[in-house]
Design a protein around this ligand. Sequence first.
Ligand SMILES: *Cc1c(COP(=O)(O)O)cnc(C)c1O
Length: 414
Amino acid sequence: MVWHPYSAVNADLCIFPVKSAQGVVIKLMDGRELIDGMSSWWSAIHGYNHPVMNQAIIRQLESMAHIMFGGLTHQPAVELAAKLVEITPNSLATVFFSDSGSVAVEVAMKMAIQYWHSKQQPNKQKMLTIRHGYHGDTFGAMSVSDPVNGMHSLFASSLAQQIFVDAPSCKFHQTCTANDSQPLIEQLEKNHQQIAAVILEPIVQGAGGMRFYSPDYLKHVRELCDQFKVLLILDEIATGFGRTGKLFACEYAKTEPDILCLGKALTGGYLTLAATMTTTEIAQSISHHDPGVFMHGPTFMANPLACTAGLASLDILLNSSWQEKIVQIEKALKIGLKPCLDFPQVKDVRVLGAIGVVELQSPVNLKTIQPKFVDEGVWLRPFNKLIYLMPPFIITDDELHDLINAVIKIISRI
Ligand SMILES: *Cc1c(COP(=O)(O)O)cnc(C)c1O
């Protein structure tokens, strides 16, 4: 038996065997073809089986698939790090590679704590965050993810106790009021001597509820972090690489983090790779104070195949007219999903960049709804009350139209 994500091992699970995937089409073993509306959880931004991506990886494979990163280095890692430094906010100058998003978050939290240790402030070990966040499934990442969605009660005595405040209620296009940041201010005033960092997903809270909040709030968080001498960690693992309409969502607020987490679309959905980036000041401070090294080093750190995929993916993205494409997808999602608002079973419809969300009044039954989407020829994976679309950027107008129509048809029958 094989476990699937967030699943039981029951035999009655509805799992669809895939034969191959090409462009935005997932081909099932039984011959059915599905338009992909998920980008394999935010990652496959250029679609599947991309000839340029394939070629780059094959070429790298012929020289080496992997080599340890302790004491050795290689071109793909050096080039990808340089590229990331070039395209991310100016203050970020160093890159720590790891295997997955969750690990990148663990690394970010350790960096923040080790930075304050290097500044003779060893009491600054706690993280402050907002509810409805999602930062991954490992213990550190879980400790800052939403306590209810993340079932903190189940892991209570193993989980670090972090500080949570209410998420802002100001929506993307709204301005924030003092009420939105008041809970954060209160906690910072009370606990700043224990807080190493504030950690947030900028603008879009993903798996914790698909909520979009105002850039105003993020700007204010940055100011508060500076005022109270707390680092700001931004988790752009879901939002990075164009998905929201900016290359990085923090650009909406013209805000720079002290530490940035990247993953998911970093390799165009080909291989697992993540990065934690920070400023020269933080990296130097950690490196020049006891113990004089940063205490982390995964076995598959900076895997050459994954770094090569990252370079190829960024090359494709940055040489495409991705901004226009995202605007086009956004427009189609806004117009196409609007009729959903007429259904009594729909609570809200929201769109930002290439992300479309239909929030229902009550949770879906995944077991019954999943086969219906497949019967309609689309691949969507709702969770809880949310049916959401985040297609590969290469999706055509017609394919997007079919995807949206399937959503409307199925919601109308719930
Ligand atoms: C998916 C995700 C993670 C975890 O990444 P994994 O690669 O699944 O470990 C962390 N943060 C955010 C915002 C994510 O969307």
